[in-house]
Ligand binder design. Structure first.
Ligand code: PML
Length: 241
């Protein structure tokens, strides 16, 4: 299979990125799709677009985390829900607060990694760690777009399912798209979409919570390099209000 990666920027500022893992006969179509996405992004018109096509040796297939949606009427309620989910996974309250500060500060292309002592383990604090070499199966994508979520959900479920599969305890995420206010918490129990996790016009970010004794170099290597396609799962239709 082949990896296709797109990144678009304007005056060196990141605008959008996308990636796919496809068979050889699907390369052309996928390249056009990511190009289309680069050219039509609400964060602006790019002056630089890079599209890279690479052959992959081996691809792992894993089932998606079950997807739930938690409707919240405002940011306060949403943050309370997110906190509850993270506390249930054993993440200490002060580490959760630190994570909220990181996502609210924004400006990182990748994720911050925090251990349970609240120490930052990713090496490049400006950029964070980018989860790469991921895609969802066509069937899963169709299912998500058929009422479970949006294009952003499709991308995020690939990231969240891969990171939880690789041993991350939980992920907290809000979008860096100014108008996209639904964020999520992912744990081994599921991918919990939370509406109003931030307000319109606020920045966003990602934090991965890991055990204190994790082999961080191995984790980062796998997050960046091991190819994963996330597939359908029976329980994915469940919703939680
Ligand atoms: C969802 O709708 O499921 C939340 C997706 C958050 C996307 C974060 C991002 O923009 O990368």
């Amino acid at each position: 299979m082949y990896s296709i990666k797109m990144r678009a920027s304007k005056q060196n500022k990141h605008i959008s990125g996308a990636e796919r893992i496809v068979n050889k006969d699907e390369i052309k179509k996928a390249v056009l799709e990511v190009l289309e996405r680069a050219l039509n992004h609400e964060n602006g018109e790019p002056d630089f677009i890079n599209i890279k096509v690479e052959k992959l040796d081996r691809v792992n297939f894993i089932p998606t985390l079950p997807i739930y949606t938690i409707e919240c009427k405002n940011k306060e309620e949403a943050r309370k829900k997110a906190k509850e989910l993270l506390l249930n996974e054993g993440i200490p309250e002060e580490v959760i607060e630190k994570a909220f500060k990181i996502i609210d500060k924004g400006g990182m292309r990748g994720a911050a990694i925090l251990n349970l002592k609240g120490e930052r383990l990713d090496k490049n604090k400006e950029r964070g760690v980018r989860v790469k070499n991921i895609d969802t199966s066509k069937k899963l994508k169709e299912k998500i777009l058929d009422g479970l979520g949006t294009e952003r959900t499709v991308d995020a479920i690939a990231i969240a399912t891969k990171v939880i599969h690789l041993g991350v305890i939980a992920e907290l995420c809000t979008s860096d798209n100014k108008s996209y206010t639904t964020g999520y918490v992912a744990t081994k129990k599921g991918y919990f979409r939370i509406t109003n996790l931030k307000n319109v016009n606020e920045t966003g970010g990602r934090v991965f919570f890991v055990d204190d004794n994790i082999d961080i170099d191995e984790l980062i290597y796998k997050l960046e390099n091991e190819p994963y396609i996330v597939t359908e799962h029976d329980r994915e239709n469940k919703k939680r209000a």
